[in-house]
Design a binder for this molecule. Structure first.
Ligand code: FES
Length: 193
């Protein structure tokens, strides 16, 4: 595997990018934060000006010198003109309604909660991701971890940091099976650069 040196202008920051990763991902791997949004070559928010070097970007035509760092791989040492962000970008948490399907006892004395989520919420979830219930207030702030998913039914368990509090909360939730509650999905690392 080959790596190339990427240097940012005007900051002068540099980092190595492997030939199997895009420059945006390589920057994040080195805790260098750059503007980005879709990370799939569609929005243009990661555009940078190529000052020197060889790259592969399917849309690069060599005239505007504009490359999309989320889909660009370095083929030599490269210098690009792009403004660094001061800090790691964090996406806002997202709130959705969820229907309580059931609460299942599991062998370790804890309980699993199954929720039916709207389609819009499913694209924001992955195993191990954190969420919390925000309403009704009686259940609010219960921290949950996604542990499984089948179709639009998501299984969550109480975060291991709060096992005691979760027992009471889960039995409260069991009394509202069929009801719609509000959840907040916390931005996960994979959504952040
Ligand atoms: S982040 Fe959208 S094109 Fe790169």
């Amino acid at each position: 595997m080959t790596s190339h040196l990427i240097r940012l202008h005007p900051s002068g920051r540099s980092f190595l990018a492997r030939d199997d990763e895009n420059i945006l991902a390589a920057a994040a791997r080195h805790s260098v934060w750059l503007p980005a949004s879709c990370k799939s070559g569609r929005c243009g928010s990661c555009s940078a000006k190529l000052i020197s070097g060889e790259i592969s970007d399917p849309a690069y035509d060599g005239r505007a010198n504009s490359v999309r760092l989320c889909v660009t791989t370095a083929r030599s040492d490269v210098v690009v003109d792009v403004e660094e962000l001061d800090e790691r970008p964090v996406k806002p948490n997202k709130r959705f309604p969820a229907t309580v399907v059931n609460v299942e006892a599991v062998p370790d004395g804890q309980s699993n909660l199954r929720l039916r989520l709207p389609r819009a919420a499913l694209g924001n979830l992955s195993d191990g991701q954190s969420m919390k219930i925000t309403a009704p207030v009686s259940l609010a702030e219960l921290p949950l971890i996604v542990s499984g998913r089948e179709g639009n039914i998501v299984t969550v368990e109480a975060s291991g940091d709060h096992p005691g509090a979760s027992v009471d909360a889960m039995s409260s939730i069991a009394s509202v099976v069929g009801a719609v509650i509000q959840i907040e999905i916390l931005a996960c690392l994979s959504e952040i650069q």
